[in-house]
Write a protein that binds this ligand. Structure first.
Ligand SMILES: C[S@@+](CC[C@H](N)C(=O)[O-])C[C@H]1O[C@@H](n2cnc3c(N)ncnc32)[C@H](O)[C@@H]1O
Ligand code: SF4
Ligand code: SF4
Length: 395
């Protein structure tokens, strides 16, 4: 019998918890019981890099080497096969490339989103304003009960933004996109808007002005900033120093208090404290070069790429392609290659400031009970999915 490594999520049809000083878990799925037991993961966030196509050339981009190459996108039918075999998962984050250049975007979201508590998050470069508005509207209409967060990337005001992004007029187009998206909000209360600002040495002095301008325009529900990470296209760019970032994050907090308490009062305090905790960890990481918490990428966060590759973290090499594994995500997730990367992540040698992965890891650190809650919810979901598949009406 395999005892899953700590952090692996399983479907606990039979779950024996032995408490003897140390909590040991022996979890297995009788359906898989044929000599060896394969742990079933649980994903809190599934990141889908839906396309590698992009109409910009950002000097910051960590994904630049993958952009616009000829690898073949998964078809909608392939996505459906993947989803049907996917272990329990909660939220999805759509990324890329420019996600709105994927014509099947609304269909893929519809394929992966079935329960009201699932959230969808999607960044966009905001270049094709009307096309983005139409796609976002379509998704809101198809999934009206799911929180849908659309983030428009803005790294500076005007020409500096255009230069960073390699697209003349990008700033004006991104602002127009936010304006058009804001018009959708009265009809689609599930829609949330945010701005996404990557902070690095070339723009950090201009970022405060940008944030104030975004707050003045009043299109977004809240603002976000993210320090540069990974290997950007333009060599030599560097992340801000921790005290440079702290100054920006303090301003952002002040502006977010105003925006959120007015626009999303029910969510304001949870979101503000989550963002604050993330910021503190990012500052610590930039100062010391090492995370103080365990990163949960590769255990409860996973990446699926447009051509079927699976990664534990977008900064790591792929561990397999779903096209070679019969579209079975768990088979790749539990492979020796994945286990080796998981062991490496535990060493914290790769420590970074990734907002999604670190943000999602924080609750596991501050509240160990969160793991057990996740297991319980994974089981409930598995039962729900099986009842649906068996045609049992849920109440
Ligand atoms: C890779 S992009 C994909 C979505 C879309 N193309 C866009 O630019 O919004 C996702 C987000 O990562 C940000 N980003 C790009 N390079 C980054 C880097 N090296 N470090 C941190 N964030 C980065 C982008 O600005 C964007 O907000
Ligand atoms: S950051 Fe986004 S818009 Fe810019 S090059 Fe990368 S994928 Fe394209
Ligand atoms: S610390 Fe950073 S590089 Fe390492 S697994 Fe987490 S997100 Fe990826």
């Amino acid at each position: 019998m395999t005892v899953p490594a700590s952090g692996d999520r399983v479907t606990p049809f039979i779950c024996i918890t032995i408490r003897a000083g140390i909590r040991m878990k022996i979890l297995f799925d009788p359906a898989e019981w044929k000599g060896l037991v394969r742990p079933v993961p649980f994903l809190k966030v599934l990141t889908i890099f839906i396309t590698n196509r992009c109409n910009a050339r950002c000097e910051t981009c960590f994904y630049w080497q993958e952009l616009n190459n000829q690898s073949q996108d998964l078809t909608l039918d392939e996505y459906r096969q993947i989803q049907a075999k996917l272990p329990p998962y909660q939220d999805i984050l759509i990324s890329g490339g420019e996600p709105t250049l994927a014509p099947h975007l609304p269909d893929v979201i519809e394929t992966f989103i079935h329960r009201p508590e699932q959230a969808i998050t999607m960044p966009t470069n905001g270049i094709k304003s009307r096309q983005i508005r139409d796609m976002v509207k379509d998704i809101c209409e198809r999934r009206p009960n799911n929180r849908f967060v659309v983030g428009v990337s803005l790294d500076a005001i005007g020409e500096l933004h255009d230069r960073i992004r390699g697209v003349p007029g990008n700033y004006d187009k991104a602002i127009e996109t936010l304006r058009l998206l804001c018009e959708l909000k009265p009809e689609h209360p599930n829609l949330r808007l945010t701005s996404l600002t990557t902070v690095f040495d070339e723009n950090h002095k201009q970022v405060p002005e940008l944030l104030r301008e975004m707050a003045r325009l009043d299109y977004v529900d809240y603002l976000t900033v993210e320090p540069l990470r990974g290997a950007p296209m333009k060599q030599g760019l560097r992340a801000p120093l921790f005290y440079e970032l702290r100054k920006i994050q303090d301003l952002l907090h002040e502006l977010n208090v105003g925006l959120l308490s007015r626009k999303q009062p029910l969510e304001a305090s949870t979101m503000l404290s989550h963002i604050r905790a993330l910021h503190r960890e990012q500052q610590r990481m930039l100062e010391s070069g090492r995370l103080s918490i365990d990163c949960k990428a590769g255990t409860v966060i996973g990446v699926l790429e447009h051509d079927g590759q699976v990664r534990l973290c977008e900064m790591f090499e792929p561990v397999g392609n779903l096209r070679d594994f019969g579209y079975d995500f768990a088979a790749i997730w539990n492979s020796p290659a994945a286990e080796a990367q998981r062991r490496y992540i535990k060493t914290k040698e790769c420590s970074c400031t990734h907002c999604v992965n670190i943000g999602q890891s924080l609750p596991f650190h501050f509240w160990p009970e969160f793991e057990r809650l996740m297991e319980k919810r994974a089981l409930e979901r598995r039962v729900y999915i099986e009842r649906e598949a068996a045609g049992v009406k849920s109440c």
